[in-house]
Design a protein around this ligand. Structure first.
Ligand SMILES: Nc1nc2c(ncn2[C@@H]2O[C@H](COP(=O)(O)OP(=O)(O)OP(=O)(O)O)[C@@H](O)[C@H]2O)c(=O)[nH]1
Ligand SMILES: [Mg+2]
Length: 304
């Protein structure tokens, strides 16, 4: 009976934290089995909390992907790092991801210090095991376990999926008993227009180099379902300077065209409708100091 079944269910929040580029978003996508959060080889790709929902037996797991934690300089950095630590307050389990090849450096040291204040049970996840020899991995696991109280340690490859199933089973067994918070078939709580903006931002990150990705943001301005079943989407890419606008457009508009083509096909796949995507590039000096942009990104504006 439904009533009895409900008593056996489990449900909980699992925060995935770590330094930039540790593989948190890749892991979120692997755990959910669908691309919810964007992934690039560049650091500081994820800017706000992204929730992905997965079922494992009678457990509903709400995974929270977070921006990488690093020593923030700009206001946007502070907002991102603040939101990552904020995720640990509501989490039933906090998973600390480490790029095993990189090991423990300044960012990881700072996270270890911060973890001492986190009350939720902590799990150590050594990621990218495909890049590291076993002895190095075991030494890393041992030294980290001497430095913090981890309830468990996993060695995984988020990219290949190696041991991700074991990790998911562990989470399912350790989230608290309770009713599910989302319908069984829901995998994300993000609005489609936000997902679409993120996809375009991913393509932007993949095409642009050095500081440019960090000086830009993408917003969906128009989302119109057309009679023929297609969707017309208009997005604005904000940059800080005219020189940056020229780079995003590229020679004869080539760069923006390539970004648009890549984004359009992935958005169409994600929403399962044909898409007409229109991208506009606007110079908005100081967008990263504008509270409205933070609201759009789902970040709190740090006033100080
Ligand atoms: N070799 C290898 N690469 C991986 C693995 N997991 C992730 N990566 C790569 O690492 C890079 C960063 O992955 P992301 O998932 O974007 O990392 P992140 O921790 O979300 O990064 P931020 O959002 O910037 O904090 C990408 O190029 C991934 O393909 C893995 O298990 N093995
Ligand atoms: Mg990420």
């Amino acid at each position: 009976m439904a009533e009895t079944a409900a008593q056996d269910t489990r449900c909980g929040f699992v925060a995935l934290i770590g330094a930039p580029n540790a593989g948190k978003s890749t892991l979120l996508n692997a755990l959910v089995g669908s691309k919810i959060s964007i992934v690039t080889p560049k650091v500081q790709t994820t800017r706000a909390l992204i929730r992905g929902i997965a079922m494992e037996g009678a457990a509903q797991l709400i995974f929270v992907d977070t921006p990488g934690i690093f020593a923030p300089r700009r206001r946007l950095d502070r907002a991102m790092v603040g939101s990552a630590w904020g995720s640990t307050h509501d989490a039933d389990i906090v998973a600390f991801l480490i790029d095993s090849q990189k090991g423990v450096r300044d960012d990881e040291e700072a996270i270890l210090r911060g973890l001492a204040e986190v009350r939720a049970p902590k799990v150590l996840v050594l990621n990218k095991v495909d890049l590291v020899e076993k002895p190095k991995l075991l030494a890393l696991a041992q030294s980290l376990n001497e430095r913090a109280a981890f309830a468990a340690t996993f060695m995984i490859s988020a990219r290949s999926g190696d041991r991700v199933g074991d990790l998911k089973a562990y989470f399912a067994a350790h989230v608290p008993p309770g009713p599910w918070l989302y319908p069984e078939d829901q995998i994300s709580d993000a609005p489609l227009r936000q997902l679409a903006a993120e996809i375009t931002r991913e393509k932007l990150y993949l095409r642009l180099h050095q500081e440019l990705p960090y000086q830009s943001t993408v917003e969906t301005e128009v989302w119109k379902e057309l009679k023929d079943g297609a969707v017309r989407i208009e997005q604005t890419i904000y940059v800080e300077r005219e020189s940056q606008r020229k780079i995003v457009l590229g020679k004869g508009g080539q760069t923006i065209k390539a970004i648009g083509a890549a984004a359009r096909s992935e958005i169409a796949e994600a929403i399962e409708h044909p898409v007409h995507l229109f991208l506009f590039v606007k110079v908005r000096e100081g967008w990263s100091e504008d509270p409205e942009r933070y609201r759009e990104m789902g970040l709190e504006f740090p006033y100080e």
